[in-house]
Design a protein around this ligand. Structure first.
Ligand code: NDP
Length: 400
């Protein structure tokens, strides 16, 4: 049916590649392109012979528009799945515009030298994508991604108006390391060490990093401490869900993770300001990334489950209602299926599904759009089919 150019060959891209190859009726061709071509070749070698999907590989610098345009013109994909890093979002979007190719990502643009992310940079491309007749689907991972689809589904089927959304991201997995991040360490640490924020009554309320802490008993995992973070889907949901009064995002962290992080922060290792070291400039956080375990290598070691979902409160037929939609995913089951842990799995599967929605025409709207702006039903069906079945509860415990 279609061809995808998948950029990146890390944890998330590896899962997406596996899933596209399982779904060869939709993805009859993929090209895997990344900075380190040997990683693309290794994926091709692992999967070739097990799938009808034709696989090619290429080397590309995803921050270089000319290189991207040349690659897209050579490979002629129907969609570019940008699964490298948020720093390159705008370059890949420019290349998609120049070649009139659909675009998808899992994380919103972040300038490399400022730990700050917001949609404004990408939303600014809306008119140009509309005029070109192509779609840029932003944030098609789990959070952002499935959390937006869950919200659209809740609004369509369960509520007349949603007033409160609490997004709860619990990773109950244990990888045996005293300190390791489950996705790109640089992006992860920038996110956790930044100020928190939530949306309330039409404005942002800012908090100190990890200032707001709650405890929640997660099905399949147990009781965990979770902390309020700023997260990108708060921004798009605040814009796209009419009448919403408050949106918060919580993520669980173990005490050991936070103690290590505090120590690294205190000694300056999480800084993104360049320093001189032995005659050359280095960025401490990038050096830290180099000594930490590669998230793509955590698969065999990680045991336990993730539980990610949204608790909604609002009104249906004039009455108060609460509703919880969530997914529980087992690290070892993911590893057995695609060789990755659940954090990469829960992101790579929705990336494949988002691309499938566009290639099959089920989501067909030009412009720069977030997932909650489309019909959630075919995406929700696909989650059940492709490895992320969802559960619902009409009587969840609320977060105070
Ligand atoms: P990894 O660090 O494992 O992989 C990143 C990949 O991008 C690597 O293969 C890397 O190449 C490649 N890359 C980096 N820079 C370039 C460049 N300039 N040109 C070409 N390729 C490049 O990251 P993850 O797989 O963990 O994360 C991928 C994305 O998914 C990130 O944007 C992350 O924020 C997002 N994410 C989203 C989630 C969600 O739920 N929405 C959850 C988790 C992650 P090399 O191998 O050479 O380093």
């Amino acid at each position: 049916m279609g061809k995808a150019l998948i950029i990146g060959a890390g944890g998330v891209a590896s899962v997406a590649v596996h899933k596209c190859c399982q779904n060869s009726e939709v993805f009859d061709e993929i090209c895997i392109a990344s900075r380190t071509k040997s990683k693309c070749d290794a994926l091709k070698e692992k999967l070739e012979g097990t799938t009808k999907t034709k696989i090619t590989t290429a080397q590309v610098d995803a921050g270089n528009v000319d290189e991207l345009v040349a690659l897209i013109n050579k490979e002629k994909p129907d969609i570019v799945m940008h699964l490298a890093l948020p720093y390159q979002d705008l370059a890949v979007m420019e290349a998609c515009l120049a070649t009139k190719t659909h675009y998808l990502d899992t994380a919103n643009y972040e300038p490399e030298d400022t730990a700050k992310f917001e949609y404004s940079w990408q939303w600014a491309y809306r008119d140009r994508f509309e005029k070109a007749g192509i779609t840029a689907l932003l944030g098609s991972g789990f959070d952002p991604g499935v959390t937006g689809v869950f919200t659209a589904y809740a609004l369509k089927h369960e509520f007349d108006e949603i007033h409160y959304i609490d997004i709860l991201d619990c990773n109950g997995g244990d990888n045996g390391y005293p300190f390791a991040t489950n996705f790109n360490p640089e992006i992860n640490i920038r996110e956790v060490t930044a100020n928190g924020s939530y949306w309330e009554n039409g404005r942002w309320v800012e908090t100190k990093p990890l200032e707001i802490k709650r405890t929640y008993n997660f099905e399949g995992v147990g009781e965990k401490n979770m902390y309020l973070l700023h997260h990108e889907e708060i921004e798009s949901l605040a814009k796209n869900i009419p009448g919403v009064k408050r949106i918060r995002f919580f993520m669980t962290f173990s005490d050991s993770y936070l103690t290590h992080l505090k120590c690294l922060e205190n000694v300056g290792m999480t800084s993104i300001k360049p320093i001189m070291f032995e005659g050359r400039e280095i960025i401490p956080l990038q050096f830290l990334k180099a000594v930490l375990p590669d998230p793509a290598s955590l698969g065999p070691r990680t045991v336990g489950k993730t539980n990610i979902g949204c608790i909604f409160q609002g009104v249906k037929d004039g009455r108060y209602k609460k509703y919880y939609l969530y997914n529980i995913c087992d690290h070892q089951e993911c590893y057995r299926e695609v060789g990755s842990q659940a954090v990469a799995y829960t992101t790579g599967v929705p990336a494949m599904i988002g691309a499938m929605m566009i290639l099959t025409g089920k989501w067909n709207k030009p412009g720069v759009l977030n997932v909650e702006e489309f019909d959630p039903d075919p995406f929700m069906d696909a989650l059940n089919k492709w490895g992320l079945p969802w559960k619902e509860s009409y009587d969840p415990v609320l977060v105070e």
